[in-house]
Design a protein around this ligand. Structure first.
Ligand code: NDP
Length: 258
């Protein structure tokens, strides 16, 4: 894996916590001598801390660029890609991980703000990023392209639950967009990959209940959730396959998750 990832430039959205943060560390550990990581999220202080912690753990072989970025702002996304420093411009792996759940409500009670923020982030944000980065990948190999686009969906996109109508719909949309893009790029050397986690204990789990940890913990009754590292390992394994191998669509959930 180290050899296949060597020299690559990896762009992670939502890298300030949870799965994105763990995946940054996992990539750095997998290719500690020669790797570039672009870490993006809105919380720039967390990203800077993660950059420092990665440097402490693996040394200077991994170059980390922390950038404040709101994926739901299409202009900001375009501007960010256009102004990347030269040594970070050739993005090899785009990990579209930024996402959130806000509110758990049955249809009549869904708040307009929650609905907008979930669609703008989980769906339109992911599409904004893909549109901005894809031209870079398509230019390679005389137009045959090269690179990986890895989209984080959710088991919720396959099995909707009561009270999660909007979140589940956003993740179903991610799934459709990913499958459509995979078909669109079938003649290219660009791999389009879905990784759909089940329950993972992150900030996400608490945020959806408005910070109520007891309610969040109740979701895991009878089931030990995955850790963000469990998902990070799957992502890095997937990106580390040889070019002709596409681990296209992976559902990863904890044993006992209903
Ligand atoms: P976290 O809340 O820990 O991480 C979410 C990340 O997304 C944060 O880094 C956050 O950073 C970032 N983010 C949110 N909104 C934006 C935005 N507008 N622009 C840029 N970054 C943004 O949760 P997880 O690690 O669990 O979530 C990661 C992904 O995994 C999400 O797509 C989620 O839907 C998915 N998922 C999670 C599951 C779980 O059980 N935890 C299950 C299935 C899927 P910041 O606030 O700094 O911007």
């Amino acid at each position: 894996v180290a050899k296949r990832l060597q020299g690559k430039t990896i762009l992670i959205t939502g890298a300030s916590s949870g799965i994105g943060r763990s995946t940054a560390f996992e990539f750095a550990r997998a290719s500690p001598t020669d790797l570039k990581l672009i870490l993006t999220a809105r919380r720039i202080d967390s990203l800077k801390q993660i950059a420092a912690d990665i440097a402490k753990e693996v040394g200077s072989g991994v170059k980390v660029l922390p950038v404040q970025l709101d994926v739901s702002n299409a202009d900001q996304v375009r501007q960010f890609v256009a102004s990347l420093p030269a040594e970070f411009q050739e993005i090899d792996v785009l990990l579209n991980n930024a996402g959130l759940v806000k509110g758990v409500a049955k249809a009549p009670e869904i708040a307009e703000d929650d609905m907008n923020v979930m669609f703008n982030t989980n769906v339109l944000g992911l599409i904004n990023m893909t549109q901005a980065v894809l031209p870079i990948m398509l230019r390679r190999n005389g137009g045959e392209g090269a690179g990986d686009i890895i989209n984080i969906g959710s088991i919720a996109g396959r099995e909707p639950y009561v009270g999660g109508g909007i979140y589940c719909a956003t993740k179903a949309a991610v799934r459709s967009f990913t499958e459509s893009l995979r078909k669109e790029l079938i003649s290219k050397r660009i791999r389009v990959i879905s990784v759909d986690p089940g329950q993972v204990e992150t900030e996400f789990s608490v945020v959806r209940f408005g910070g109520d940890k007891a309610k969040a913990d109740a979701v895991y009754a009878g089931c030990e959730p995955l850790t963000p590292d469990d998902i990070a390992e799957v992502i890095v394994f997937t990106a580390g396959r040889r070019e002709n191998v596409v681990v296209a669509d992976t559902l990863v959930f904890p044993n006992h998750q209903a």
